[in-house]
Ligand binder design. Structure first.
Ligand code: HXC
Length: 545
C-alpha cells in the first residue's frame, strides 16, 4: 500500500487532527504526470552533469543558480524558460536535451526592487550561446524594457556555440541590438565571471556597467594563441584580458571584485543608487547626517599651497551623506573621479578633477570616462555635481595625435547636452578650456559656486606671464629673472586668479563660505529639483565612448 503523500511537495504527509471522528486514511498515489513534471524540473534545475559542476567548483566558481541566489532577495526569483531546449539538430545537440539551453533567465528582487536577470551556465555546453539561449535573453530584455526594470547579465560562456554556426552569431546580433535600443531606457549591468571572448565581449561593452572578478574573468576579442599567431606577441589570459587590465588600461571594466560574493555585494550597492528606468527618479534615502554639517577640510584647502596635490576623494567623502561614495571606474583615468553619492538624501552623480593624479589635468581617457558617466546620469535623471580643480589639458604629442581634441569634445558635448540639474563648485584651479569644460555657467551649469581660494583664469599665472612679459623676462639679468617671475605672477594672480572677477561677470553665481559647502550644495539641488520631470526629455542612449 502506498504512503500518504502531500500532493504539492511530494513529501510524506502527516494526518492532520481535525477534532472530528477519524475517517479511514485516504491514500493517493502521485499521478504519473506529476511525477514526470517533478523529475523534469529537478533535472533541469540541477544544471549540467555532476562532473561539470565539480569542475566549475574546482575553478573557484559558483554555479549559475548560486549566482542568482547571491544577487536576489530570498524566494523572489521567478524563472522563465527553464524547459526551453536547442532546436539545433546538428552534432547531436538536440539529443542531449539540455534544458534551459545553458542560461537561466527570470525576474527577481534585488534589495526589494525588481530586476531582470540572466545567468549563463558554463556547466552546460560551456555556457555557449546558441539560438535558444539567445532567444531567452532577448525575450527577457524585451520584457524588462516593457516593465521598465534593470537588466543584469551574469556571463560565463565559451562564446558563440560552434555547433549552431551562424544562428548563434545572429543571436548575438539580436542581443547587441537590444543592448543599444534599451540603452538609456533601463540600466544594464554585466557581470563577467568566466571567459567572455570574441564578439561576445560587445554585449557587456554596450551595457552601462561592467563588473569583473580578480583571477576569474577574462574578456578579449582574440585570445592569446591568436594574438601570438597574428603578431608574435606572447601574453597570458590575465595580462591580455583580466580584470585589472580592463579596469586600469582599457577602461572596459567599471568595478573589480576580489571574489564572486564580493562582486554581487558591489552590484547590489550600485543598484541602490539607480532608478528602475529613465521614467523614475533615483531612490532617495533618509539620513541622519545633518545637512548643515560643517566641512572643515575645505577651509584647510584655502590655506594650502595651490600646487599641493590631494585626493579629491576626501572632499567627496566629507560632502556626502554619511560619508558614503560609490566610486565608478576607480582604477581608470585616475585624474578624474566619478561616482554616486547622496546629498540630503537624494542621489547625485559626482564628477571631480583629482589633483593627486596628473595634477587633475584632463586627458583623452579622463574625457571619455567623464563624458560617458555624464550621459548615463542624464539618461537616468540623476543630478550632476562637478568639483573643479583643473590646471588645463594634459600637454604632449601623444595626446594631440591620440585625439585629445576629439575626445575632449565629448566632455563638452555630454555636459552641454545634459538637462538634469547641474551644480558646480570650483575648489581651486579652473584654467582655460578645462574651466569651460567642467560644467561652467555659460555651458549650461545651473548653479555655479566657488570657494574663495579658487583661481579662475585663462591660464595659470606662470604660463601667462611667460607670454605676456616674455620680452621683459628675457631682458632681465639671469640672477634677477626668478624674482621678476615671482613678482609678475603674483600681480597676475591678484588680478585674475581669484573667483571675484568671474563672479562679477555672473559666471560664478556665488563665492561661498567653505565650511558651508554641504549645506549650500544640498539647497542648490533642492532648488533645481523641478528642473526636469523624469521621462519628458528625449532619450540620448549611453553610447560607449
Ligand atoms: C560549443 C563550447 C564552446 C563553444 C566551450 N564549449 N566553448 N561548445 N561552442 N563556443 C564546450 C567545450 O567543448 C566543453 O564541452 C565545455 O564547453 C567546457 O569547455 P572546456 O574547454 O572544457 O573548458 P575550459 O578548459 O575551462 O575552457 C574554456 C574556454 C574554451 C577557454 C572558453 O572552452 C574555449 O576556448 N572555447 C572556445 C572559445 C571560442 O573560440 N568561442 C567562439 C568565440 S567566437 P564538453 O562537452 O567537453 O563538456 C564568438 C563570436 C561571437 O564567440 C560573435 C558575436 C558577434
Amino acid at each position: 500500500m502506498a504512503d500518504l503523500i502531500d500532493p504539492i511537495t511530494g513529501a510524506a504527509a502527516e494526518p492532520q487532527p481535525t477534532g472530528r471522528k477519524a475517517h479511514p486514511k485516504k491514500v493517493r498515489e502521485v499521478p504519473e504526470s506529476l511525477k514526470k513534471f517533478r523529475e523534469i524540473h529537478a533535472a533541469a534545475a540541477a544544471g549540467g552533469p555532476p562532473e561539470k559542476i565539480e569542475a566549475q567548483r574546482k575553478k573557484g566558481k559558483l554555479t549559475a543558480r548560486e549566482r542568482i541566489a547571491y544577487l536576489v532577495d530570498e524566494g523572489t526569483f521567478q524563472e522563465l524558460g527553464l524547459l526551453m531546449e536547442s532546436r539545433c539538430t546538428d552534432f547531436g545537440i538536440k539529443d542531449k536535451h539540455i534544458k534551459g539551453d545553458g542560461v537561466i533567465t527570470g525576474f527577481g528582487k534585488v534589495n526589494g526592487r525588481l530586476a531582470a536577470i540572466f545567468s549563463e551556465d558554463f556547466t552546460q555546453l560551456g555556457g555557449s550561446l546558441g539560438r535558444t539561449h539567445a532567444d531567452k535573453i532577448t525575450k527577457l530584455m524585451d520584457m524588462a524594457a516593457d516593465i521598465k526594470v534593470p537588466v543584469i547579465g551574469i556571463l560565463d560562456s565559451g562564446g558563440a556555440r560552434i555547433q549552431e554556426g551562424v544562428d548563434s552569431l545572429d543571436g548575438y546580433g539580436e542581443i547587441f541590438l537590444r543592448n543599444t535600443r534599451y540603452s538609456g531606457v533601463v540600466p544594464q549591468i554585466s557581470i563577467i565571471v568566466g571567459p567572455c571572448a570574441g564578439g561576445a565581449v560587445y554585449s557587456p561593452a554596450l551595457t552601462d556597467f561592467v563588473f569583473m572578478v580578480k583571477g576569474m574573468s577574462n574578456m578579449f576579442v582574440t585570445g592569446p594563441e591568436v594574438v601570438k599567431a597574428a603578431t608574435g606577441e606572447e601574453v597570458d589570459f590575465e595580462t591580455l584580458g583580466g580584470s585589472m587590465t580592463h579596469a586600469s588600461k582599457s577602461g572596459v571594466c567599471h568595478f573589480v571584485a576580489n571574489s564572486e560574493p564580493d562582486c554581487y555585494r558591489q552590484v547590489k550597492e550600485l543598484m541602490s543608487f539607480l532608478p528602475q528606468s529613465r521614467l523614475e527618479a533615483a531612490p532617495g534615502m533618509e539620513t541622519r547626517d545633518p545637512g548643515d554639517r560643517k566641512i572643515a577640510l575645505l577651509e584647510k584647502l584655502c590655506e594650502v599651497d595651490p600646487r599641493r596635490p590631494y585626493r579629491v576623494h576626501h572632499i567627496v567623502w566629507w560632502l556626502s551623506d554619511d560619508h558614503r561614495f560609490l566610486e565608478v571606474h576607480h582604477d581608470y583615468a585616475k585624474n578624474i573621479v566619478v561616482g554616486f553619492i547622496r546629498l540630503g538624501g537624494q542621489v547625485v552623480g559626482v564628477i571631480a578633477n583629482n589633483p593627486a593624479q596628473m595634477a587633475g589635468a584632463l586627458d583623452i581617457n579622463a574625457s571619455d570616462k567623464a563624458a560617458r558617466f555624464i550621459r548615463f546620469l542624464n539618461n537616468f535623471n540623476i543630478p550632476i555635481l562637478t568639483l573643479v580643480d583643473v590646471p588645463g589639458y594634459w600637454p604632449g604629442v601623444a595626446q594631440e595625435h591620440g585625439g585629445i581634441i576629439r575626445h575632449g569634445a565629448k566632455l563638452l558635448y555630454a555636459y552641454s547636452e545634459a538637462t538634469v540639474p547641474k551644480v558646480t563648485l570650483v575648489l581651486r584651479k579652473a584654467y582655460g578650456g578645462a574651466y569651460i569644460a567642467m560644467s561652467s555657467k555659460l555651458m549650461g551649469g545651473d548653479i555655479n559656486f566657488s570657494l574663495p581660494s579658487a583661481e579662475i583664469a585663462v591660464m595659470g599665472p606662470r604660463g601667462a606671464i611667460e607670454i605676456l612679459y616674455s620680452r621683459q623676462i628675457k631682458e632681465a639679468k639671469e640672477e634677477e629673472r626668478e624674482a621678476l617671475r615671482v613678482k609678475l605672477a603674483k600681480e597676475y594672480s591678484d588680478k585674475f586668479a581669484s573667483p571675484y572677477q568671474t563672479a562679477s561677470m555672473g559666471s560664478i553665481d556665488e563665492v561661498i563660505e567653505p565650511a558651508q559647502a554641504r549645506e549650500r550644495l544640498i539647497s542648490a539641488f533642492r532648488v533645481l529639483a523641478g528642473k526636469r520631470r523624469p521621462g519628458t526629455h528625449e532619450r540620448t542612449g549611453n553610447i560607449p565612448l
